[in-house]
Ligand binder design. Structure first.
Ligand SMILES: CC(C)(COP(=O)(O)OP(=O)(O)OC[C@H]1O[C@@H](n2cnc3c(N)ncnc32)[C@H](O)[C@@H]1OP(=O)(O)O)[C@@H](O)C(=O)NCCC(=O)NCCS
Length: 95
């Protein structure tokens, strides 16, 4: 199943519908390629993003949260990896 990862909009441009447009464009590409579902991982403390995904008809899968890898870009450009607890949310693309 395809997975959307690292969904991020520049801070100054958030809450203007850009994230919704990005996800919708990704879904269209996947539908055109014949996929029936898409998934994404959202950190369990990221309530605002989870709310957005629920509004866009993503549902949490039945297996509970998992540990996934996050990456933080430091001020000097280096990348720092860390583990975080995430919910996996899935959407059917034919609904
Ligand atoms: C989540 C994110 C990609 C959504 O993009 P966006 O362009 O702001 O989304 P839209 O304008 O289509 O939808 C707005 C909704 O996004 C969510 N949102 C807004 N700012 C957010 C933030 N800083 N963090 C998480 N979610 C946020 C809220 O549910 C918001 O709804 P509201 O304005 O009614 O509160 C964007 O806010 C972001 O980059 N957040 C920080 C990084 C992040 O949390 N990414 C998600 C990883 S799974």
């Amino acid at each position: 199943m395809p997975l959307f990862t690292r969904i991020e909009v520049s801070e100054d441009y958030r809450s203007r519908g850009i994230g919704t447009e990005l996800i919708s464009a990704g879904e269209d590409l996947l539908r055109a390629a014949g996929y029936e579902q898409v998934a994404l991982a959202v950190e369990i403390t990221n309530d605002r993003a989870e709310l957005l995904y629920k509004r866009l008809y993503f549902n949490e899968w039945s297996h509970g949260p998992i540990t996934c890898g996050g990456v933080e870009v430091l001020e000097d450009g280096r990348r720092k990896s860390y583990d975080e607890a995430c919910r996996i949310m899935v959407k059917r693309l034919d609904g």
